[in-house]
Design a protein around this ligand. Structure first.
Ligand code: GDP
Length: 297
């Protein structure tokens, strides 16, 4: 029932990369996400207000659009992957220039390698007097991450989330990496996406932030998402504006769900409400059986 037809070559268009920031605690993931968000908000003026919906888009100076997952840390990355949602094209590994490779840095390197996702290293806190970016590069080599300066193919960018130094360069490095990946999607097909956040809102009912991975999600579309289904009542973008549709790599809040899905659930647009209900019920029953079997064991 769910449309799994392969996209025709001529329907494929370039899409923005989806980026996850990872790294050791206190190396500056949150600060960097905040700085990037402020730097440059797509369609709004620089410094425009963004809503926290779990992801946001920015425009690099070159005009390239980039989509960032706004949830730092590794739990989100691994739990999404465990649920089958591979929503990351590029990992930005943050390493503090006044520290070095730490246990969670190694963990992030391993996650990126396991997922076969290319990495860009942001050497952060370059404003600090104790900053020693060269030590970071040598340290990385010990963990089989060979940076460009040492003959490898991993880009490093020296940045400061505090002063803003190097942020534009980082965005361009990501845009370059993205070009190499030749990321495409078919905006013409029914949407498929992944839930990156979901909650039950007192005023609005169940709300899910969906990152569209292929196709275009439109107001009025009927969909299944995990064990839930719904009909898109409203779409709200990362600026808090209502929009009529969201194409590939665009994060949007979706209203009109009959229940609250889980992060990592996959959303698929289907043709009729009957289909949507049937698939959701089937999945719900399958999940119940599984829980019962696990309980009996
Ligand atoms: P996270 O745990 O990786 O998300 O790290 P945070 O973003 O919370 O940053 C940890 C600490 O480092 C905070 O006190 C930040 O203010 C500080 N910090 C982050 N980036 C920079 C930077 O570029 N320069 C300096 N000097 N401090 C920074």
């Amino acid at each position: 029932v769910i449309d799994t037809v392969e996209d025709k070559e001529e329907d494929l268009q370039a899409r923005p990369p989806i980026i996850t920031i990872m790294g050791h605690v206190d190396h500056g993931k949150t600060s960097l996400l905040d700085r990037i968000r402020q730097a440059n908000v797509v369609s709004g003026e620089a410094g425009g207000i963004t809503q926290h919906i779990g992801a946001y888009q920015v425009k690099a100076e070159s005009g390239a659009v980039l989509s960032f997952l706004d949830t730092p840390g590794h739990a989100a990355f691994t739990s999404m992957r465990a649920r089958g949602a591979n929503v990351t094209d590029i990992v930005v590994l943050v390493v503090a220039a006044d520290d070095a490779v730490m246990p969670q840095t190694v963990e992030a390197i391993n996650h990126a390698k396991a997922a076969d996702v290319p990495m860009i290293v942001a050497i952060n806190k370059i404003d600090k007097p104790a900053a020693n970016p060269q030590k970071v590069r040598t340290d990385l080599l010990q963990h089989e991450v060979v940076v460009e300066e040492m003959g490898g193919d991993v880009q490093t960018v020296e940045v400061s989330a505090h002063t803003g130094q190097g942020i534009d360069t980082l965005l361009e490095a990501i845009a370059l990496q993205s070009e190499i990946l030749e990321l495409t999607a078919n905006p013409k097909r029914p949407a498929q996406g992944a839930v990156i956040e979901a909650k039950l809102d007192v005023g609005r009912g169940p709300v899910a932030t969906v990152l569209v991975q292929n196709g275009t999600l439109k107001r009025g579309d009927i969909f299944v998402v995990g064990e839930q289904w719904g009909k898109v009542r409203a779409l709200i973008n990362d600026k808090g504006d209502r929009v009529d549709e969201a194409g590939p790599s665009v994060p949007v809040e979706v209203l009109g769900l009959n229940g609250t899905p889980e992060a990592g659930d996959v959303l698929n647009v289907v043709e009729t409400e009957a289909q949507a209900r049937e698939i959701a019920e089937y999945r719900e029953n399958a999940a119940k059986d599984k829980r019962a079997a696990a309980g009996a064991a």
